[in-house]
Design a protein. Structure first.
Length: 549
């Protein structure tokens, strides 16, 4: 087995955002939900994997910070530099998690215990954590078991799993602790429903039955339950002459420009390895300048922590890590950043594995259409930038304009149709949005609501009482004449007869936030012109917000 040391900086996205205050609840949220919480937020019931709305419902005073992987990677660079004093073979698993082999360093520093203690203090100094309470260090036989050992470390004391003691260490670990470390979290949910609670329960199952029923991923977890790290395998020889070099003339000083230029080279690099029957599990990125300055980093492309990126093209992951590394170097402290621009980027495989290929969609693997779509998106990102290619992502909301949003493809997993979360991660089923408009949804939502007037039979304005009831019967609606695209053709106000109406549906949102508090009443109208409208009462005025087909 490969003896490995793993360093985990607890709640790293929050610390990277300079929100290390423990007295107030803080969480980092992405388009897929909450990705990190601090102790105060966890004490209030906020857990990783929750929808942002549910997290704010559990803790109204929650401070929600948008996720930024580039920021996390940039702030993690001093940690990697501190680990470089122990060995040059430092691997960045993800921002906040790094690993290194202990065979040489352990002998030099006097054993695993002495090495772990010195690494612990060095990393705590790099992130300015005086009591070293947020640094978790674990040493075990294999990267995945070492990652679990680091997660089990408490009170700033490293967790050392003696050689050969992995089976007894992993046996009491609950299955939901693997949710972010395996490729199929729904398999863990299935085993939980079947009554398996710990890895020891999984280890008691016959290996042949697990393989026949749950396939390759099932047997990998079974191996882990038996104390054998499935990420450790016989080394695959690295093919010769596959390194890829990208030169810049004149030197480049922008991280996004460097990543853009590397994107095409990364595609060729991955294609060349694929032709040789291997895939890149670890990429070595070397940045060079005209002043003989050089920065080399090793990035993990698969294994622990990579389950959320399994459907993203490898070339996109490589270009993303080049951007993170370049940004961290160019914006570092005065003593670490280069004195000139980047003149060369070298991509080299640090570890390769036999290519597994893609499984046709009959048994749930990626279909050919999904693979083509992923490559098309990756090519568009290379042409126009990662933030310019967007997809429509459904969201929860009470208003037609908030039920979906365009988000960059780099922030979502395009291969997941129905995200599955463990009961331990969510706590309960996702509730519906109270106060949401009934189906069907309008076909045209105006970006800028337009003022209208609702009149009763006497020509008086129709309002809404504090109890959410109409103060009169709407008979006419007065609005600017417009076409279906919303462009005004005439400024003359016209009165249109209302033939039917439904509502109102009142809503009182964010009552706890004075700046974002919103109180509205929505009303659906059908006019004599054959159009169906959605009007909203807010601030004592009616607004046209959407049109039905």
């Amino acid at each position: 087995m490969t003896r490995t040391l793993v360093v985990c900086c607890a709640d790293w996205p929050i610390r990277a955002a300079d929100q290390a205050d423990r007295d107030r609840p803080v969480a980092v949220g992405s388009h897929q939900g909450i990705v990190a919480t601090n102790p105060a937020a966890r004490a209030a019931g906020v857990r990783v994997g929750l929808r942002r709305r549910e997290a704010q419902g559990r803790c109204p005073e929650l401070v929600l910070i948008p996720a930024d992987p580039a920021r996390d990677a940039r702030r993690f660079d001093p940690v990697v530099a501190a680990l470089g004093a122990f060995t040059p073979q430092v691997e960045i698993v993800e921002p906040g998690v790094a690993a290194l082999g202990t065979r040489g360093p352990s002998r030099y520093f006097g054993g695993d215990d002495a090495l772990a203690d010195q690494v612990h203090h060095a990393v705590a100094g790099a992130i300015d954590d005086p009591d070293a309470s947020t640094v978790r260090v674990g040493v075990a036989d294999g990267p995945l078991i070492a990652h679990l050992a680091a997660s089990a470390a408490t009170s700033g004391v490293p967790k050392i799993v003696p050689p050969g003691a992995a089976p007894s260490f992993v046996a009491p670990i609950p299955l939901h602790a693997l949710a972010g470390l395996v490729e199929t979290p729904d398999l863990l949910a299935t085993w939980t429903r079947l009554g398996l609670r710990t890895l020891g329960d999984v280890a008691a199952l016959p290996a042949s039955a697990v393989l026949g029923r749950f396939g390759t991923e099932g047997i990998r977890i079974h191996q882990l339950a038996g104390g054998v790290d499935p990420t450790v395998s016989s080394p695959t020889p690295i093919p010769a002459e596959v390194d890829t070099v990208v030169d810049f003339d004149p030197p480049e000083t922008r991280a996004d420009a460097v990543a853009f230029a590397v994107r095409t080279a990364a595609d060729e690099f991955v294609h060349r390895l694929g032709n040789l029957g291997v895939s890149c599990a670890q990429i070595v990125v070397t940045l060079s300048t005209d002043h003989a300055e050089e920065l080399q980093r090793r990035w993990r492309l698969d294994g622990p922590g990579r389950s959320a990126e399994r459907n993203r093209p490898p070339a996109v992951l490589i270009a993303e890590r080049v951007r993170w590394q370049t940004d961290g170097w160019l914006t570092g402290s005065a003593g670490t950043r280069p004195s000139a621009g980047i003149t060369r980027v070298t991509l080299a495989p640090g570890e390769v594995r036999p290519a597994r290929g893609t499984q046709p969609g009959f048994w749930g693997g990626a279909s050919e259409a999904e693979v083509r779509a992923a490559h098309a998106v990756a090519r568009l990102e290379a042409l126009v930038g990662p933030d310019a290619v967007c997809v429509l992502e459904p969201r929860g909301g009470r208003h037609p304009g908030s039920e979906a949003a365009l988000v960059p493809t780099a922030t979502v997993d395009l291969g997941v149709r129905h995200p599955v979360a463990l009961p331990e991660a969510t706590g309960r089923e996702q509730p519906p949005w109270p106060g949401r408009l009934p189906a069907p949804s309008p076909t045209l939502v105006l970006a800028d609501p337009r003022p209208v007037e609702l009149l009763d039979a006497a020509g008086a304005s129709v309002g809404v009482s504090g109890r959410g009831e109409l103060e009169g019967t709407p008979v006419e609606v007065r609005f600017d004449d417009d076409d279906r695209a919303g462009a005004a053709r005439s400024r003359a106000a016209r009165a249109t007869t209302i033939t039917a109406w439904a509502g109102p549906w009142p809503v009182d949102e964010r009552w706890w936030d004075p700046e974002r508090h919103r109180r509205q009443a929505r009303l659906q109208l059908v006019t004599s012109r054959g159009t169906a409208l959605l009007v909203t009462r807010q601030d004592r005025r009616w607004w046209l917000t959407a049109v039905y087909d």
